[in-house]
Design a protein around this ligand. Structure first.
Ligand SMILES: [Cu+2]
Length: 135
């Protein structure tokens, strides 16, 4: 129900150009962020799925940023992940104790690195994980 309401708000021409997608299944993944890890740190989704990452920072503010080019591919490669909320951004602030929903469409198989984008302490640099899109 909520998903349909949310989709109606996004008039993304790319989304409209993919008529097979509105009925695509939605994969919902709950995650937490805390010093210095995302749990789970590896997320697996199926190609073509709409994915909702529901992330809550539990100890302090963190961030979420994700590459849209698969590991090992040229940086000029087309985006393999299409972030659809909010408005095609690829970096979000995760406020402590406030769940955020990040929606994307998994277009291209591969592994995509995500990481914390808010400096949160001495080991901030190792706070990362992988989003794996299976064919
Ligand atoms: Cu951090």
């Amino acid at each position: 129900m909520l998903l349909f309401a949310a989709l109606g708000l996004h008039e993304d021409p790319k989304a409209l150009a993919q008529p097979q997608d509105p009925d695509a299944q939605v994969q919902v993944i709950q995650m937490t962020a805390s010093k210095y890890q995302f749990v789970p740190s590896q997320v697996r989704v199926k190609q073509g799925m709409r994915v909702q990452l529901k992330i809550t920072a539990v100890d302090r503010d963190h961030g979420f940023a994700c590459t849209t080019v698969p590991n090992g591919a040229e940086s000029s490669t087309d985006s393999g992940l299409e972030f659809t909320s909010p408005q095609g951004s690829d970096s979000w602030r995760l406020k402590k104790d406030k769940e955020i929903t990040i929606e994307l469409v998994a277009r291209t198989p591969g592994s995509y690195e995500f990481r914390c984008s808010v400096v949160c302490g001495i080991h901030h640099g190792r706070m990362k994980g992988q989003l794996v899109v299976d064919p």
